[in-house]
Design a binder for this molecule. Structure first.
Ligand code: ADP
Length: 277
């Protein structure tokens, strides 16, 4: 990815060919600054309905920053973010929230609320502030509580939950927003192995029902098994983007992640880690 391509050039390259679904979310040569540092330097990727896109890369490579640009938590300093084909700078926060929701590692806004009340906050973009919650809101919240396995904890104060349980509350709140695109920042952090698989299986199920998912991940083995496509970031730049099994070849795994590993293709691809590169 050179620095000299224009947004229009980059967009033309990512536009859907005949028969391909149009992207629900696209970053096109997106740049972003934090403090006085440019931490994203021209990132381009797209995600369509039914697809899980993994954002991977070493610590500090810009994954969280890229995700924050996707849901308007950070305004890019260059390039574009297109939501359902529309430049996000022309959309209201509420309109963005009706299309995209995020489960991110931010200080919880739910202190003093029960699990159910916290998850119900996800319905906010669908209501004006005077509206009461409807039966449909309640049914959606119930479904999300069940999807993440929190039925037994629904009445508990969020502040009494473990890190993993809070992680699941955050995912359920994002799902309650009924987005077309779900963004998740390291959703398997803090989770035991069983719950890591439960979360990844849930994402796979949601994607097969049509959701577009963008997820930052450290665990490349889970990424290989569950992500259709990957965007690999290094030092704020896009090192590679495309089908997971194509992208994660041995030279890239050695160069970017410093590991010797190989990916076995198959209906469910797997990664075998052989050691340090
Ligand atoms: P990742 O999610 O891949 O670990 P981040 O997007 O969190 O990476 O961070 C990208 C880079 O931005 C890192 O080098 C990080 O140190 C830097 N960074 C994060 N916050 C700030 C800040 N407030 N000011 C300057 N640099 C920052």
């Amino acid at each position: 990815m050179t620095q000299t391509r224009t947004v229009t050039q980059a967009r033309t390259e990512t536009l859907p060919k005949d028969g391909e679904a149009a992207p629900l979310l696209e970053l096109v040569e997106t740049r972003a600054r934090l403090g006085n540092r440019e931490v994203l330097r021209g990132i381009t990727f797209a995600v369509t309905s039914g697809e899980i896109l993994g954002l991977v890369g070493p610590n500090g490579s810009g994954k969280t920053t890229a995700l924050r640009c996707c849901y308007n938590a950070l305004t890019p300093t260059g390039g574009a973010v297109l939501i359902d084909q529309v430049d996000s700078t022309t959309l209201s926060r509420k309109d963005i929230a009706k299309t995209i929701s995020a489960s991110v590692q931010e200080p919880t806004v739910s202190a003093g609320l029960s699990v159910r009340e916290s998850i119900a906050l996800g319905r906010t973009p669908h209501r004006s502030w005077l509206d009461r919650s409807t039966e449909r809101d309640t049914a959606i919240v119930d479904r999300c509580i069940e999807q993440v396995g929190l039925v037994e904890l629904a009445g508990r104060d969020v502040s009494t939950l473990s890190g993993g349980e809070r992680q699941r509350v955050s995912i359920a709140r994002a799902l309650a927003q009924e987005p077309k695109v779900l963004l998740l920042d390291e959703p398997t952090n803090h989770l035991d192995l069983r719950h890591q698989l439960i979360v990844m299986e849930l994402l796979a199920e949601l994607a097969s029902a049509g959701l577009a998912v963008v997820v930052t991940m450290h665990d490349l083995r889970l990424a290989v098994e569950y992500c259709d496509n990957l965007a690999v970031l290094t030092e704020g730049e896009l090192r590679a983007c495309g089908s997971t099994v194509e992208v994660l070849d041995e030279p890239l795994l050695a160069e970017v992640f410093g590991i010797k590993a190989r990916v076995e293709r198959g209906v469910r691809p797997r990664m075998e880690i052989l050691g340090l590169a």
